[in-house]
Design a protein around this ligand. Structure first.
Ligand code: SF4
Ligand code: SF4
Length: 355
């Protein structure tokens, strides 16, 4: 049976008030919050955006979502786990401060922000899944223990996974730093020395301190590398090369991690995708990155696979071509959805209900 995906068009409006009116209608008509029960704590899984990035979902929209959760008598809180790379979201204190700087204050959203600190063993949990790559997934406990979970994702492009939506927000986003490392390892780039001009651009952006320049050539320490691919984007001569077969591996591990987070949560997790402000790269990029598609709208579903597939289809329809393949030709982002479908996480076939 096809899963239902509810959709409301943004109709090219950049007016926050007007978009919020449509968001309210979507929440109301889709019944997406019906799984949340009175008195429950509800984790709203977010991405607060890296410093310098502006693609993240606006705090004003979170106000609408949190108020709707509160109207059900439940208690929402906003949350994201810390990152692997050096930046403003590496530890809980800085991450929290950045979330406030990006407008996610209690006054704006009506909800507290909680960033789990996975350096404390009691805030992480291992989930046994015994899959092809991941036997035991390391996840921030708060997402497992929360009585209800609403995953609010910004749908956009991604250098390693082609695109990122609900599955990326769950699989990568709920993992502890150790879990993120398990998903990114084996991705250290190789330097084509004949192309390297020793400009140090890669060294400047490397969040792991994994690059040094010797004899005017870049050298990557594969033991320190976390496979973020930032150096590829920064290199002006395309001297950095990652085996993008390894990008497939990241997608597979990410889906296995999604399986861990959603294990025993069937019917207790809802998904909202904002297919708006669609950038070429992830909100982890600490810089503005180019828009690749027009704003499409907001989607809601109880199925993470269907909502990502519908987002992918709607964005490509608006562009008149596969914009994700065009901007990331080495990646096939649909692989994550096909595997998730096979593992029973959701359904590639969906019924789109436009409101
Ligand atoms: S992929 Fe490149 S930028 Fe990222 S950690 Fe490895 S060497 Fe550094
Ligand atoms: S950015 Fe590219 S060309 Fe410059 S040092 Fe790094 S690998 Fe070499």
């Amino acid at each position: 049976m096809k899963s239902k995906v509810y959709f409301i068009s943004q109709k090219d409006s950049n007016n926050l008030k007007e978009i919020n009116i449509r968001l309210k209608l979507l929440l109301d008509k889709s019944g997406i919050l019906n799984f949340i029960e009175k008195s429950q704590k509800c984790a709203v899984k977010m991405h607060f955006g890296e410093e310098g990035n502006t693609g993240f979902v606006r705090p004003e929209h979170l106000r609408i979502i949190c108020d709707a959760i509160k109207n059900k008598g439940a208690y929402p809180f906003l949350s994201d786990a810390n990152t692997l790379y050096r930046g403003r979201r590496l530890n809980s204190q800085d991450h929290l401060k950045l979330a406030y700087e990006h407008g996610f204050s209690q006054e704006t959203t009506g909800a507290e922000v909680i960033i789990p600190d996975d350096t404390r063993s009691e805030e992480a949990v291992a989930i046994e899944i015994n899959q092809k790559h991941i036997k035991s997934a390391k996840v921030a406990r708060i997402y497992i223990d929360s009585e209800s979970l609403l995953v609010v994702s910004h749908f956009k492009g991604h250098i390693l996974t082609g695109f990122g939506g609900a599955l990326k927000n769950i699989g990568m986003g709920c993992a502890t730093r150790a879990g993120k490392l398990a998903q990114h390892c084996n991705l250290a780039p190789v330097v084509h020395l004949e192309r390297c001009i020793g400009c140090s651009e890669c060294l400047k952006v490397c969040p792991a301190g994994a690059i040094c320049i010797q004899d005017k050539k870049s050298i990557v320490d594969s033991q320190k590398c976390i496979g973020c691919a930032s150096c590829l984007a920064a290199c002006p001569t395309m001297a950095m090369f990652i085996d993008f077969g390894a990008g497939d591996l990241v997608q597979e591990k990410m889906v296995e991690y999604s399986l861990a987070v959603l294990k025993n949560r069937k019917g207790q997790t809802g998904f909202i995708n904002f297919a708006t402000r669609i950038n070429k790269e992830c909100d982890c990029w600490g810089m503005e990155n180019p828009r690749i598609a027009p704003d499409v709208g907001i989607l809601a579903s109880m199925d993470p696979v269907s909502i990502d597939k519908a987002s992918f289809d709607l964005v490509n329809k608006a562009c008149g071509r596969d914009i994700f393949k065009e901007t990331h030709p080495d990646q096939d982002g649909l692989k994550q959805l096909k595997l998730a479908d096979r593992l029973g996480l959701g359904n590639l076939d969906y019924e789109l209900i436009e409101l």
